[in-house]
Design a protein around this ligand. Structure first.
Ligand code: GDP
Length: 178
């Protein structure tokens, strides 16, 4: 089955975005202890696709060992990138992407698979900040023109249709190849 992988800093709202896409309140655990998600969760949807919930990163209080463990886990997962259909990198629309976000973006780029950036928590900033902040994200992550950045609010449901559209396009392209 096609796999859609979600990655992002802990607390960026990854679980909330997944729940929003699936119209569930509690499918992916929201607000779980940051930095403690050290395994990869898979959600199979309608026997059509897997949503892969990669453990969050960038939590300040994480030990070196925990961080190294995270790196190995993600690296191992990417080693078999043939399974990946589309990568989704979640960032916070309010902030400049962190160094960890840049590392994660590079992993997705190196996979050679399509990826999309979702800028979450749009509801938390003024409208006049949307465009400049999106541009800053694009620039900091050094995205090429083909990589979309979708502004999103898991809280309000903003951007949901656009993101689902991108996901469905890639699922059908993947299935057509088989
Ligand atoms: P995760 O650690 O990345 O899975 O993040 P969670 O989904 O657990 O969300 C972390 C916190 O951010 C929770 O308190 C959510 O309610 C909140 N949150 C997530 N998305 C949004 C959003 O779009 N807008 C606002 N205002 N809060 C959000």
């Amino acid at each position: 089955l096609p796999q859609i992988a979600f990655a992002g800093r802990s607390n960026v709202g990854k679980s909330s975005v997944i729940n929003r896409l699936l119209n569930r309140k509690n499918f992916a655990r929201v607000g779980s202890a940051p930095g403690k998600t050290t395994h990869i969760n898979y959600f199979r949807i309608d026997r059509k696709v897997y949503f892969v919930d990669l453990p969050g990163y960038g939590y300040a209080k994480v030990s070196k060992q925990e961080r190294a463990r995270w790196g190995r886990l993600i690296e191992q997962w990417f080693a078999d990138a043939s399974l990946l259909t589309l990568g989704i990198l979640l960032v916070d629309l309010r902030h400049k992407p962190t160094a960890d976000d840049c590392v994660m973006a590079q992993w997705f780029k190196d996979s050679g698979k399509p990826f999309v950036v979702v800028a979450n928590k749009q509801d938390k900033i003024k409208k006049s900040e949307w465009e400049p902040n999106l541009a800053r994200i694009r620039e900091t992550l050094a995205l090429d023109a083909q990589t979309p950045v979708i502004s999103f609010s898991a809280e309000k449901g903003l951007g949901k249709e656009e993101l689902l559209g991108v996901i469905l396009d890639h699922i059908s392209a993947d299935t057509a190849q088989e």
